[in-house]
Design a protein. Structure first.
Length: 502
C-alpha cells in the first residue's frame, strides 16, 4: 500500500509543535508496518541544507491561480524514508517558523504557501501526476494541507483516496473569500457545502468536507470536537461526518525518548534502577540555578506559553507554589504578556522558579528526567506528547481531564492504586485553585515513597510506541481501498461491461 503523507512540518528540520514530531514518527511506523510511505513537505531552508544532493523529479510550472512555480526534489531521510520536497524559495526559504515571521506574525501569503502544498499534494494523488509512483492514499495533516481534498475533488482524475487528520482544530486556515481565485480553486467550491465559512474561506473546512475519512489524535478529542465547546464552529459538520471520524491516540518515538539510552541526560536510568533520576534532578537544579532542597519537589513544564496550555493558571498561583514549598522548571515560548508574568515570578523567586524562553531539545529531555512531576493544565489538548514522555521517564503528570490527557493519565486514588492503573493526577475544573489543590495532593503522595514508586512503575510499564496507531491507520487505509473497489464495481461503466459480457 502506497501512502503520500503531506505535512507542513517535519522534525527535526522544521517543527512548531507536536505535528513536526508526529510527521517524522508516524510515517516511520507505517513503513515498519509494511507500507510504502513518502513524505511531502515544503523545502524549508534547513531541509535544503540537510539534503544538498536532493534529486529533481518533477517541475510544476504555473500550478494554478497565482501560485508560484515549484520544483519537486526527492531525498532520503536517515531512516530510509523518501522525502518529496517542494522547492519554492520565495515561499519557504525565509526567517521564522513554518507559519510565523521572526516577529511572531503570520506570513501574509500563508494562503499561497500552503495552497501550493495542497495543490501539489492533489496533483501527485491524481492521474496528472508526473511521477511513476502513485499513492493509494493521500494523508493530509492539519489546515495547511486541507485544500488538497478539495483540489482533488474539482480537478477530477483522483487515483488516491483521502484522509484528513486534525491535530488541533483551533487552527483553521481562514482567509478572505477572494483568495479562492488566487488559489486557482473552482468557484463551485465556495459554497456552504464546500470551503465557505461565514463569508470567508477555510482550509480546515475544505479538508473536513471533501476528505473521505477524518482522523484526530485521541479518542476523547474525537468526541470533544463534536461539541460546541471544542468544535470551534465545526461541531455540526463533524457530527454530520461522525461515521467517517476516528480518534487514534498518537504514539511517541520510544527510541528518542528512553531514559535508559537518552544521550541528553547527565545520568541514565531505567525502570529497575531509578537512582539516576535523583542525579538528573540535582544536575537540572544546578543548571537552572534552583536551590538544592531534598524536601522540596520539583515540577517540570515544557510547553507553548499560551492560554490553551493553561499556563496562566500556573502564573496565578505562583506565590502559593513558592510557599508550599515547591519548585518549577519551565521551558517554552508564546504569549508575550504571559511570558512576562512568568519571568517576573522567576525574578522574585529565583531559587523556586526557572523560566527558559524558547526551545532547547536537551533541556526538554533533562526536565522530563529531572522533575518529580510534570505540569500540563491544558484547557484543551488534542493529544499531548509530553505527558507520555513523562510517564516513560517516571515523572507522574498533573493534567486537566481533556483530550489525549484524559486518554493517557489515570488519576491517583484509592481505587486506581488498588488496580494498578494510577499513574498521575487529574483535575476537571478550569481554575487556578483546582490546579493548586491537585498540586497539593501530588506533593502529599510524593512524600509517601512506597506509593510514589508504584505510581512511577505504573507509568513506566505502559507502551506508548507507534505500533498500535500505525495498525489503526493501516486499517483505515485498507478500508478506503475496499470501498474504492466496491464503488468501481457499482459504477455504470462496470455495469455496462457486465451486461456486455452476459
Amino acid at each position: 500500500m502506497k501512502i503520500l503523507f503531506a505535512t507542513p512540518e517535519l522534525a527535526p528540520w522544521m517543527k512548531s509543535g507536536g505535528l513536526g514530531e508526529i510527521s517524522a514518527s508516524l510515517p516511520a511506523a507505517l513503513h515498519e508496518a509494511g507500507m510504502d510511505v513518502r513524505i511531502l513537505v515544503p523545502a524549508y531552508a534547513p531541509l535544503l541544507a540537510a539534503f544538498p544532493d536532493a534529486k529533481l523529479v518533477a517541475e510544476f510550472a504555473h500550478p494554478g491561480g497565482n501560485l508560484l512555480s515549484a520544483r519537486l526534489l526527492e531525498a532520503k531521510a536517515g531512516n530510509g524514508l523518501p522525502l518529496l520536497l517542494i522547492d519554492c524559495p520565495a515561499y519557504y526559504v525565509r526567517a521564522g517558523s513554518a507559519y510565523l515571521d521572526g516577529a511572531g506574525n503570520d506570513f501574509a501569503d500563508n494562503h499561497l504557501r500552503f495552497g501550493l502544498l495542497s495543490r501539489i499534494a492533489a496533483l501527485l494523488a491524481g492521474s496528472a501526476s508526473p511521477l511513476r509512483w502513485r499513492p493509494h492514499v493521500l494523508h493530509c495533516n492539519d489546515w495547511p494541507c486541507g485544500l488538497a481534498p478539495a483540489y482533488l475533488h474539482f480537478m477530477g482524475g483522483a487515483t488516491a483516496s483521502t484522509v484528513m487528520s486534525i491535530h488541533n482544530l483551533a487552527f483553521q486556515g481562514i482567509f478572505p473569500a477572494d483568495t479562492l481565485e488566487a488559489l486557482g480553486l473552482s468557484a463551485a467550491a465556495y459554497a456552504i457545502d464546500g470551503v465557505e465559512y461565514w463569508g470567508r474561506l477555510s482550509f480546515m473546512k475544505a479538508g473536513l468536507h471533501y476528505a473521505q475519512r477524518i482522523t484526530t489524535v485521541s479518542p476523547r478529542y474525537a468526541e470533544e470536537i463534536q461539541t460546541e465547546a471544542f468544535g470551534y464552529g465545526f461541531a455540526g459538520l463533524l457530527r454530520w461526518r461522525n461515521r467517517d471520524l476516528t480518534g487514534i491516540l498518537n504514539g511517541i518515538d520510544t527510541r528518542a525518548w528512553d531514559p535508559a539510552t537518552d544521550t541528553y541526560l547527565p545520568r541514565r536510568y531505567e525502570f529497575a534502577h531509578m537512582k539516576g533520576k535523583g542525579a538528573n534532578k540535582t544536575a537540572l537544579r544546578q543548571r537552572l540555578g534552583l536551590a538544592q532542597e531534598s524536601s522540596c519537589p520539583l515540577f517540570g513544564a515544557v510547553s507553548r506559553i499560551t492560554h490553551q496550555k493553561g499556563l496562566d493558571l500556573l502564573a496565578d498561583i505562583g506565590e502559593e507554589i513558592a510557599q508550599l514549598p515547591a519548585q518549577v522548571a519551565l521551558l517554552g515560548a508564546g504569549d508575550k504578556r504571559l511570558e512576562a508574568a512568568l519571568m517576573s515570578l522567576a525574578a522574585r523567586h529565583p531559587e523556586r522558579f526557572s523560566v527558559t524562553l524558547g526551545y532547547d531539545e536537551g533541556l526538554a529531555h533533562q526536565i522530563e528526567a529531572g522533575a518529580d512531576m510534570f505540569l500540563m493544565p491544558s484547557r484543551f489538548e488534542p493529544c499531548g506528547l509530553n505527558q507520555m514522555y513523562s510517564l516513560r521517564y517516571g515523572t507522574p503528570p498533573i493534567v486537566r481531564a481533556t483530550g489525549g490527557l484524559a486518554d493517557t493519565v489515570v488519576d491517583c486514588n484509592e481505587a486506581t492504586l488498588a488496580d494498578d492503573t494510577a499513574n498521575g493526577f487529574v483535575f476537571a475544573e478550569i481554575s487556578a485553585q483546582a490546579l493548586l489543590g491537585t498540586i497539593r495532593r501530588a506533593i502529599s503522595a510524593w512524600h509517601d515513597t512506597t506509593l510514589w514508586r508504584k505510581l512511577q512503575c505504573n507509568g513506566m510499564l505502559l507502551d506508548f510506541g507507534w505500533a498500535k496507531a500505525a495498525a489503526a491507520y493501516k486499517e483505515i487505509y485498507a478500508g478506503l481501498g475496499e470501498k474504492k473497489k466496491a464503488d468501481r464495481a457499482r459504477s455504470p461503466a462496470a455495469a455496462d461491461k457486465a451486461g456486455t459480457a452476459a
